[in-house]
Write a new protein. Structure first.
Length: 685
């Protein structure tokens, strides 16, 4: 099969073809490989190559690399990660929200850095994550630094107990700043001084439009964003680290220069061999730009070796240039945010004086968990026709990932994720300028796929939706053992695209007489269609409950915005093994199924991210559903995220005959397995 390994994304994610490429994953080899039986209530683990997997964090979304410190004789430094959002520990699974550290272990055979698993740092001087934090090394000292309400504060790292203490050690009031920074970097230099570089927005107030009318769009009648398009401004000053005093007032470096749209991170950058000396900035959309210290009036794109601009594969939040131990050069850069962090290596300076990078390289850990990016939506199916169940998953970036199972269904052995392609190009479906929640979410795709033979030729296709609310498919133009996806094609109703709520995975099934697809319509009701041709459907109306009522998915409140609607993940499956198609529904935070006023899980005053089962008490040709039942794991709510989840029925693990087990993807990228014997059902009716 033609594949592109996820770990080699820099070289191939913008490539023109999707030919086989060398990577760290194993070749076909003898099958099956000795796998590991999944543990109920736990995350699926990586099995191959010492369990090498992307460095990731449990039950978190944003994973910001905010600093580093060198250990003795370590080629790369210890890294510090701040995970500001997610869900607290529950069901025996520890969350890594907060601050963690990872130590460098070595390099993989393919030149990727391997780090130790994250270890939580329990004591820090901040109480929330409302202000940027940077961790820097000044000689033998490691400091946590923040800028809060115009004050620069620091706390010292205690290596004996890995703590920064519960209070800031010292504080100074900064002069010369016109506002609060979005991000900053503190760059120790010669002697006791350091350069403080700060990134500020070029607007005051909110960039969002007035949304007091929550039913109003972010765009005007001409389709133009009603908010402000803002850029970054760079300021700098000198700090005496020995006395913790500011030397001179902060001054503007870039003036009116439009540095980078929607900035989120900044770092001081110097590499003598390339002649580069300046600043790197990153934005919400993953773009990295460079500002020269000597010519700060212009900002240019940092480059990759193939000549393209440097765009981080995942949505970015911070950028951390890493200096050599004891030196001033920064030969490495870590970009992080939503998704797993990436390392770039400095290669050279371009003709225009802009640094050129090789990468990105994933940061890896051994004996890690499978990782599918943020907000993954998985389907379990035999994708490559070898008789063993694999995992195909979409994610918030708009990627389509393939986890090949080299083991068995009972004891799977999964490799690292690989990109799937459409027309030979790695899939990355993104919103662009027009997006329900505004153009600053242009880098999100929210791909919600189903593996299904849509055109009836015996081959697995991909039926999907995403952030555009359109329902489409990609035809398998290869074979069962070597699938190859063609272009994305629309599914139409009476000549218009089949359109509903955004971020909904459709439920798709083939009965004895027809192919059915269910989605959420423009009023958040579950709506059923029948395939007429591969590109067109017939309207069968809304799905109903036993009392004839429609099935809705979203709570209705005065503050519910357009972007909060939709988001459910639907699946047809015979959950109870009685031969007809039931419905599984994965709910988001705002869910209230089947009624906006009294549905589950909202009416229980519990968070969303639960999984519902609606039993089909009719037939496959005349579906009627019982009121929903919420799954509990050993009597407890799932609580594996705060944003959204993606459940799918699966026949991995212990067999229960014709009745499947359950796989649920948490928003943080991990895949949680639940044996059906551990699931109980809760209902209000």
């Amino acid at each position: 099969m033609k594949r592109v390994c996820l770990v080699l994304a820099a070289a191939f994610w913008m490539a023109a073809s999707c030919e086989p490429t060398p990577g760290p994953g194993p070749g076909p080899g003898p099958e099956p490989v000795a796998g590991v039986a999944p543990v109920s209530g736990s995350m699926l683990t990586a099995t191959l190559d010492d369990g090498l997997a992307p460095l990731s964090f449990t039950k978190t979304i944003s994973n910001l690399c905010i600093g580093y410190a060198y250990e003795a004789a370590s080629e790369l430094p210890e890294l510090f990660f701040l995970c500001p959002n997610g869900v607290a520990s529950s069901n025996g699974i520890t969350s890594l929200m907060g601050l963690s550290r990872c130590s460098f272990v070595g390099w993989s055979a393919d030149g990727e850095p391997i780090y130790s698993a994250p270890v939580a740092i329990k004591t820090v001087p901040w109480s929330d994550y409302s202000h940027p934090v940077r961790i820097v090394q000044d000689g033998s000292r490691t400091l946590a630094v923040t800028v809060d309400s115009g004050k620069l504060k620091y706390a010292l790292y205690n290596t004996s107990d890995h703590s920064f203490g519960s209070a800031w050690t010292a504080s100074l009031s900064l002069t010369g700043l016109p506002g609060e920074p979005l991000a900053f970097d503190l760059i120790p230099g010669s002697g006791s001084t350091a350069e403080l570089v700060l990134l500020l927005p070029d607007i005051e107030g909110s960039y969002r439009p007035d949304m007091s009318d929550v039913s109003e769009s972010y765009y005007d009648s001409a389709g133009i964003y009603r908010g402000k398009m803002y850029y970054g401004r760079i300021y700098r000053c000198t700090i005496d680290l020995s006395t913790w005093k500011q030397i001179g007032s902060a001054t503007a470096v870039t003036g009116e220069t439009k540095v980078v749209l929607a900035p989120t991170g900044v770092g001081g950058f110097r590499y003598a061999d390339s002649g580069a000396d300046g600043y790197l900035c990153v934005n919400k959309l993953g773009v990295v730009k460079y500002v020269s210290r000597s010519k700060p009036q212009s900002a240019d794109y940092a480059r990759l070796e193939n000549g393209t601009e440097m765009v981080n594969p995942f949505v970015s939040g911070d950028i951390l240039p890493i200096r050599k131990s004891g030196g001033t050069d920064t030969p490495w850069v870590v970009v992080s945010g939503e998704g797993s962090p990436r390392l770039y290596k400095v290669v050279k300076k371009s003709v225009s004086g802009v640094p050129v990078f090789d990468g990105p390289f994933e940061l890896l850990i051994k004996q890690g968990d499978l990782y599918a990016g943020s907000l993954p939506v998985p389907t379990v199916a035999d994708w490559d026709g070898d008789g063993v169940l694999d995992i195909v998953a979409g994610n918030s970036e708009g990627r389509l990932l393939f986890f090949k199972n080299y083991g068995t269904n009972a004891a799977p052995a999964f490799g690292r994720a690989e990109y799937l392609c459409s027309e030979g190009v790695p899939i990355c479906f993104r919103a662009g300028y027009y997006e329900v929640q505004g153009p600053y979410e242009a880098a999100w795709g929210y791909l919600c796929p189903v593996v299904f033979d849509w055109d009836g030729d015996g081959l697995s296709d991909i039926v999907f939706s995403g952030n555009e609310g359109k329902f489409e498919y990609m035809r398998n133009e290869g074979t069962a053992k070597e699938p190859s996806l063609g272009r994305r094609q629309g599914i139409f109703l009476d000549g218009l695209e089949l359109y509903g709520m955004w971020r909904v995975r459709p439920a798709v099934a083939r009965t004895d007489s027809r192919v059915l697809i269910a989605m959420m319509d423009d009023e958040d009701a579950l709506h059923l269609y029948e395939q007429a041709t591969p590109t067109s459907v017939k309207d069968l109306g809304r799905l109903t409950l036993t009392d004839g009522k429609y099935i809705y998915g979203h709570r209705a409140t005065a503050s519910s915005t357009l972007g909060e609607r939709g988001r459910e993940k639907l699946e047809f499956t015979d959950w109870d093994g009685d031969g007809d198609l039931d419905l599984l529904i994965g709910t988001p935070l705002q869910a209230s199924v089947p009624d906006p006023a009294y549905g589950l899980p909202w009416s229980r005053s519990t968070r969303g991210l639960q999984t519902m089962w609606l039993e089909n008490v009719g037939t496959n040709d005349a579906m009627v559903f019982a009121y929903p039942k919420q799954f509990l794991f050993r009597g407890l709510d799932f609580h594996i995220g705060t944003h959204a989840n993606g459940p799918t029925a699966c026949f991995l693990g212990t067999s229960h005959g014709s009745r499947p087990n359950l796989l649920v993807a948490g928003e943080g990228g991990k895949l949680f397995f639940f044996d059906r014997s551990d699931l109980t059902e809760l209902t209000l009716w």
